[in-house]
Design a protein around this ligand. Structure first.
Ligand SMILES: [Fe+2]
Length: 237
């Protein structure tokens, strides 16, 4: 599977084109002109237009992509039902990850290098999304599904908020030995991370990391279970 990241607007919205065997899918295609231009230059047929969730900042490119192509719009609801999109001989799969929004899904594909996930606003470089559903237990379950993937899995998120999230890490976890390399790895040309890297630095998915115990103890919330430790951290999210 091939993947290309596109950037839109001042709040770091990230959209993606995935393709294999000449067939492509736009996921959160926020930069439709650039995506169409790229697809034409590469000789790709845009077959699907879909999203990690249907918040406006992720779907506003859909209409332009659909008008300019014969692509089919696969809603998040449909994607949850069909689970798999075929591109050439390869498969793009999705599973529901409600929490940030009710309809959030994560896409993934496997390859020889360990595969990749498109996490939308469920998991970012250095943080997780806002829990707009207010169903924290459900969001926590969704994160468990994401964390089951191998550490080498590449993570492509829905926004570049890297400078904000590393600022939060500086406050929460300033002595983290991995933080400096993590910051140095930043490139605006391609914002990508791995699950393994996130498990070293992202304070919002390290439920069992004792390095965060002192910080969490200051939050005045119960800390007896992984969920409670996550919920406490989300109080400063
Ligand atoms: Fe969102």
């Amino acid at each position: 599977m091939n993947i290309r990241q596109f950037r839109y607007g001042t709040d770091g919205n990230l959209g993606y084109l995935l393709w294999a065997g000449g067939e492509a899918a736009a996921i959160d295609g926020v930069a439709p002109d650039e995506i169409l231009e790229f697809a034409a230059a590469e000789g790709l047929e845009l077959k699907y237009v879909t999203n990690t969730h249907e918040h406006w900042d992720h779907i506003h490119g859909n209409d332009a992509l659909l008008k300019a192509s014969d692509a089919v719009n696969i809603t998040t609801d449909m994607m949850c039902r069909i689970k798999i999109l075929k591109l050439g001989d390869e498969q793009l799969e999705a599973f529901p990850t409600p929490g940030h929004s009710e309809d959030s899904i994560v896409f993934y594909f496997k390859d020889d290098e360990g595969g990749a996930m498109l996490t939308g606003d469920t998991l970012f470089n250095g943080t997780v999304g806002n829990c707009y559903t207010k169903d924290y237990e459900l969001y926590f379950e969704s994160l468990q599904k994401v964390l089951r993937f191998p550490p080498e899995t590449m993570i492509y998120a829905g926004h570049d908020i890297f400078s904000y999230t590393t600022g939060v890490m500086d406050k929460i976890d300033p002595d983290n030995p991995h933080l400096s390399d993590y910051k140095d790895s930043y490139s605006a040309d391609l914002l990508v991370t791995t699950l393994g890297q996130e498990l070293k630095v992202n304070p919002f998915i390290r439920f069992d990391d004792t390095a965060l115990d002192d910080y969490r103890a200051g939050l005045g919330m119960p800390l007896n279970t992984p969920y409670e430790r996550w919920r406490a951290m989300m109080s400063v999210h």
